[in-house]
Write a protein that binds this ligand. Sequence first.
Ligand code: SF4
Ligand code: SF4
Length: 623
Amino acid sequence: MPDFVQHLSINACALLIESRAASSSLLQEQLARIMTSLAGFPVEKQIDFTEDPKENARLWAIRKDTFPAVGAVRKTGTTVIIEDVTFPVEQLAIGVNRLIELFEKHHYDEAILFGHALEGNLHFVFTQGFNNPEEVARYQAFMDDVAQLVAVEFGGSLKAEHGTGRNMAPFVELEWGSDAYQLMWQLKRLLDPNGILNPDVVLSEDPQIHLKHLKPLPAADEIVDKCIECGFCEPVCPSKDLTLSPRQRIVIWRDIQAKKRAGVDTAELETAYQYQGIDTCAATGLCAQRCPVGINTGDLVKKLRGRTATRKKTADWLAGNFATALQGARFTLHVANGARMLLGAPRLARLSAGLNRLSNGQVPQWTNAMPQPERAIRFSPAVADERPRVVYLAACVSRVMGPAAGDMEQSSLHEKTQRLLEKAGYQVVFPDNLDNLCCGQPFASKGYAEQAEDKRQELIGALLHASRGGLDPIYCDTSPCTLRLVQDLGDARLDLYDPVRFIRTHLMDRLDFTPQEAPIAVHVTCSTQHLGESQALIDLARKCSKNVIIPEGIHCCGFAGDKGFTTPELNAHSLRTLKDAVQHCSEGISTSRTCEIGLTQHGAIDYHGLVYLVDRVTQARAR
Ligand code: SF4
Ligand code: SF4
């Protein structure tokens, strides 16, 4: 919120005016007319018209954030109500003042008003408890007054752009009069003689329907208690329509907690919630990006996983013997790769599908997209040379998982990355004891927060040492690991980069790009989105290829580290439209090796790291 907002007087109102025209001259003419029409009004703070999209977005954000602001300050257990009325536009200002008087009369001190002034349409938002009869009575008295004011006194409309629903159903006759109301009922009965279509919505014979079946928002967990159940988070969730959306996860968790408090047995619900709510959440927190009150439902899920994370000793052992665990993972991939060569890919796929079924998902299913084992990184210690240094943090997945056998790119990610960095003139150094290092993400996503944090701190220490106390930039080749490291770095001064940000900030002026003709698909990982690098990745891809496809409607691939192995239906559901979207692409790029496994399988094209493409289309710039 810009500073000036807090200095406005208590009765100030704001007009946000957007104007568009087919030509610049026409636009200027319109703006001049708008300014002339406003000239007679006192102005507390003048903001000039702007064509800068960033400034434009900032101004819109003030308007858009008013609704969630009320949601965020609401008391736990209360509900947020948004209404939608219209005054005749010439009486809008008086109508606004009269509504404010009603807020004061009924003590809705936190209520706010905003809307679409050009249409006379106002939304008012307030918080309301329905936990005792006094609160319900206050709400009833307020709604009666609002209906009387808008529909009778001002001849306005009780619903403008939203639906009448049940809240305004008792007032339809008041607004439209008895004749029109009876006509509506006749039509309704013709179409719905048995009254089975949305009973009590829009038209209801119950004058108190707006006071019944009120939806409580009971306290459930502080991570999600601010949720206003608006559903803005739902479109990006990979498990939506497979199991639960983030909103549904919260609603059901609230219900479970309320039932428990009321002494109701919730065992059956909780058993179902384990799969529907917990097991099928990718926990990558993309929902938080859309949530107006900043809720990350994945955090709730991780917390709930923590309650059943009983293999603490195993987690301790893995954290303390990470290099051995990685060797084990390489060995498993060796075995799978050997089986592929021996049996052939189709037979191995069939065999492992059977094993996966028999083991109830415990044995991961082998597919053509499975990585081959990667050799541990061998490197020589840094020597003094003139080139600028970059510390290269190869994530544990890229140290273990090589390219799939069928991938057109067969060099390892760390070789390719090192080559690209050196082409741009950097000296690449690795942290000591690399094979033991991990950002802790695999532990965190399984609910082992303590081991996860220990590994993260160990890695931060190693990076501080390798970067000479934060002097050298650090390149991490995997976005989810970068994200985990940059969150809450505390006092550690690390100059950390994911591939996208490093390439755009450190390599662009050292490389010449010659874009290829062949079309490519881009997958923006959840972490790239959290890191704010989505557009930069797309821009970078466009420097590399003249044809860039970003499949619509795919927000999180649902692979989520190892969910693609253990809960493959989540990955398959999330990527169900990918194959059609990328059918004309020759390859796909991303910045997370595990996401690429699922993308390759479901997109039926090779997905690999961004650096393969950048390396292919660039030459070192002559210096
Ligand atoms: S979690 Fe989802 S439903 Fe709840 S407030 Fe945030 S966006 Fe709305
Ligand atoms: S973390 Fe991901 S999978 Fe889980 S609720 Fe949020 S968007 Fe859905």
